[in-house]
Ligand binder design. Sequence first.
Ligand SMILES: Cc1cc2nc3c(=O)[nH]c(=O)nc-3n(C[C@H](O)[C@H](O)[C@H](O)COP(=O)(O)OP(=O)(O)OC[C@H]3O[C@@H](n4cnc5c(N)ncnc54)[C@H](O)[C@@H]3O)c2cc1C
Length: 542
Amino acid sequence: MGPVRTGDELSFDVLVVGAGVAGLVAALTLAEEAPHLRVAVLDKGQIGSSGSTPLAQGGMAAAVGADDSPALHAADTLRAGDGLGDERAVRILATEAPARVADLERWGARFDHDPAGAFSLAREGGQTVSRSVRAADATGAEIFRALRERATGRLTRLQGVAVEPALAAAPSRPLHGVWALLDATEATPTGPAQEGGLALVRARAVLLATGGCGGLYAGTTNRDGATADGVAFAWQAGAELTDLEFVQFHPTGLKPRDGGESFWRLLLTEALRGAGAHLIDGEGHRFMPSRHPDAELAPRHVVAKAILDQPGGAWLDGRHLGARVWAEEFPTVLAGARRFGFDPLTEPLPVEPCEHYMIGGAATDLHGRTTVDGLWAAGEVACPGVHGANRMAGNSLSQSCVFGRRAALSIAAWLDGRSEAAGDPHPPALAPGDATDVSATRAELRRVLSRGAGAVRSGAGLDEAAKALDALAAAAPAALPAHRDAIELRNGLLVGELIVRAASLREESRGVHWREDFPGHDPRWERARIRFSGTSEPHVRS
Ligand SMILES: Cc1cc2nc3c(=O)[nH]c(=O)nc-3n(C[C@H](O)[C@H](O)[C@H](O)COP(=O)(O)OP(=O)(O)OC[C@H]3O[C@@H](n4cnc5c(N)ncnc54)[C@H](O)[C@@H]3O)c2cc1C
């Protein structure tokens, strides 16, 4: 492909938005299984600079151990999901995950093995046996390295932000592709040189693989670009969204000294607790054994709540693991903690729950199809119902690989014999002109969501958050400036409002959704899932 000029017609069979594990697995599957299709991947920023995949630490859950089975993996996943997991989706995840691990190895990923050649597996929260295939504590970085190398020369990469769906006029509003704000870039081994600016990227099928929503919260393990763009995109396209009230807070983000400047938190992987690190209070006493039979390996929401309940704060104590275990099994955490001025070998690490994973998202079937023709979703942005009300550790990487592949195969079958949508789409809602500084509004959005729709919620707090978000939306520019920050803010305000609405509606506590004013399960909500779409009022479906 020659240099990309925004005035040119950019046309592909498939546009994958997002180059994390889900997007790359889907695109590479298409390259292998349907090589006649022209596939491009559009991603924000420099390769590897955004997205959660390169940060994943603990591992990828797959029943590959001698004492494990897909049935056990499925049972653990459903138990963690607290009554809301979709059994068919969970069975698929557990059955197909081992084959997806094999794909990754075939594509070059190097996972840890014991001297006999068996996988060296980590045990994480909610897992009854060790199940997480890993590469020390840098599993995501290793998967990402392999996928990226495999993609070089096989996929076209465009760099920029997907702004909104390119839709024709009502009533049927067929999807023509994506309006994208491209960066000006030099050619790289994975992508052509680009002229910066707004472009229509035509595609017969679009796969959203844009990751999560951590960038909407004040403390998160996610990186900057995680602003739920794909959820907003699906909404704008008229697709159904579901389970948005379920936002997972990881119990053990490293709490920086003096609160820290940044909203990013270093994750202290659950595998540390699997290896024997303890949670202690200000007096040095373990508090998890009295909270749950699995103590430190209880489901994440149980551990998060227990940490928040410690009046004097909580610490993760891994001193007794010893220098060798830290250096060999947790080098990423060791180096990261030292960068923040802590030494895990000699002191317990202060921890606090922080946003980690968006469980809800664009509702999909078992093949990644959203409710809009031509639009698929996979990875963290998608919600096929695998995680129910709480994601079990390690299941995100497996979900992304299993359903990323399924989406790719579904797209290839759907495109067979189908032509491009006729006509032209509406122009996007972008105003020409300079970027405006939206950093203060974005910081306020993070503060409002963290306070009102964080790890512990209440009706009053959610009402307050809804009002504050209304005020922020009213103060935001009516016409959207052609700038990434403004687009991310618009998406964040929309998805933040939907999270708050969903969390207000679900008047019970379930999984990661913890309502102080409704502390238990409510049988009326037993199998109920809240659905939104841009074209209907929120509704509840079992
Ligand atoms: C610190 C950390 C540790 C984790 N550890 C584990 C673990 O051990 N095991 C596990 O299973 N899970 C883990 N997770 C979760 C897991 O890493 C993620 O859920 C998973 O990698 C998501 O993959 P993805 O492909 O859906 O999205 P991502 O990897 O987040 O990639 C999304 C991509 O989409 C791009 N994008 C977003 N919006 C746009 C837009 N508008 N236009 C263009 N591009 C866009 C972004 O730039 C990004 O590159 C961890 C997460 C974090 C943050």
